[in-house]
Design a protein around this ligand. Structure first.
Ligand code: NAD
Length: 368
């Protein structure tokens, strides 16, 4: 059995609390002989700033580069509001994304049957929803140059952001989306604005070419990004994988995520390019932040972090079956009526972070 190195960066606020429950699952897997995962724990964010004046140290970055995967809890909090901009907790996360060259952000939107009533849409629209948004993360209008605000006289200013995409950037993100679709329902929607944007024209051209050359077994639909936003609230279950650029992906992934209810339920993965062995740098993290309002109380929902661990097993450790078991155990615990405070419902039992983690482990054992 391959031994994988997993670097844990719990971070600030509720980060250590929710990460503790992911560690509980890792210990369960190692104990049952289902995996061989060696963990190391290090600092990122505000706690790293407190320890050595930087949101992530070079030594921690070296560990992240050497690991098979990195899991992050959350960073930030009011304690660090006054620290210099380049030392703020989020700088640690941004450096991880940059130095690991994580160009593909994967955000699943899964609606568990037991939570379908928590969605802002009607139950029948979202019950059983399972879609994956693949967002290009390192290019596009957030990074393109020129990016300026200049004085143009008469009390007027001009602000410029530049949307730039090159062929290779579109090729590699499309490849991630098509590969994922092969493990799912073999359906990809590529969202852009080719009707008004040159980058949309190139995006469409490159995705079409990759599809024709290598992914004839996957169905590809092109969709304008604004229509995609509408369709996500009209009939979200028509989608399987949606691939899109950085800007549209930012919007569409938040929209899709909220179809499913609480922030405490949402995992994510950010992936780099695969090497010749199929290994890629990867960072797994819940979508939520450090939740300073509930930190230290033992009430945070650990499901987003545990589901992020399941993504890590699937995409970095090639343990898809164990990942399926974890996802099923989460669904089973929700079906049994256990809820953390953020997803509490009438007739259900409200439990804390630790009890939720323990219940998921018990469900894993029950399902073996
Ligand atoms: P947040 O996600 O931390 O919290 C928003 C609300 O959701 C809060 O009421 C919180 O209690 C609740 N919540 C979040 N996660 C939860 C969980 N697992 N269980 C139960 N309830 C949960 O967002 P915010 O309040 O805007 O930001 C707080 C801090 O987190 C800020 O410093 C922000 O910069 C940082 N942040 C970090 C990340 C990250 O590390 N990736 C992401 C977003 C925000």
């Amino acid at each position: 059995m391959t031994t994988y190195k997993l670097l844990l960066l719990p971070g600030d606020g509720i980060g250590p609390e929710v990460m503790g429950e992911a560690e509980r699952i890792v210990a369960w897997m190692n104990g049952r002989g289902l995996a061989s995962i060696e963990t190391e724990t290090d600092l990122v964010g505000g706690c790293a700033h407190d320890a050595h004046g930087q949101a992530i140290s070079n030594a921690t970055m070296d560990r992240a580069l050497a690991a098979d995967a990195v899991m992050l809890g959350a960073v930030g909090g009011p304690k660090w509001d006054g620290v210099p901009y380049d030392q703020r907790p989020e700088a640690g996360l941004l450096r991880l994304r940059k130095d690991l060259e994580l160009f593909a952000n994967l955000r699943p939107a899964i609606c568990y049957t037991a939570l379908a009533d928590a969605s802002s849409l009607k139950r029948d629209r979202v019950d059983g929803l399972d879609i994956m948004i693949v967002r290009e993360l390192t290019g596009g209008v957030y990074f393109g140059e020129p990016k300026t605000i200049s004085d143009i006289g008469n009390g007027q200013k001009r602000a410029i952001d530049t949307q730039v995409y090159e062929t290779y950037e579109i090729e590699r993100i499309a490849t991630v989306a098509f590969d994922l679709a092969r493990e799912r329902k073999r359906l990809v929607h590529s969202a852009e604005k080719r009707n008004v944007m040159k980058t949309g024209v190139l995006w469409n051209e490159v995705v079409t070419k990759i599809h024709k050359e290598r992914y004839g077994d996957v169905t590809l639909h092109h969709i304008l990004a604004d229509n995609c936003a509408m369709q996500l609230v009209r009939a979200p279950k028509q989608f399987d994988v949606i691939v899109t650029d950085n800007l549209f992906g930012d919007m569409l992934s938040d929209e899709a995520a909220m179809l499913t209810g609480s922030l405490g339920m949402l995992p994510s993965a950010s992936l780099g390019a695969a090497d010749e062995r199929g290994h890629r740098h990867a960072l797994y993290e819940p979508v939520h932040g450090s939740a300073p309002d509930i930190a230290g109380q033992g009430v945070a929902n650990p499901i987003a972090t545990i589901a992020s661990l399941a993504m890590c097993l699937r995409y970095s450790f090639f343990l898809g079956e164990t990942a399926d078991r974890i996802d099923a155990a989460i669904a089973r615990v929700l079906d049994q009526g256990l809820r953390t405070a953020d997803i509490k419902q009438d007739g259900c039992r409200t439990v804390g972070t630790r009890a939720m983690g323990e219940a998921i482990v018990a469900a894993l054992d029950g399902g073996s």
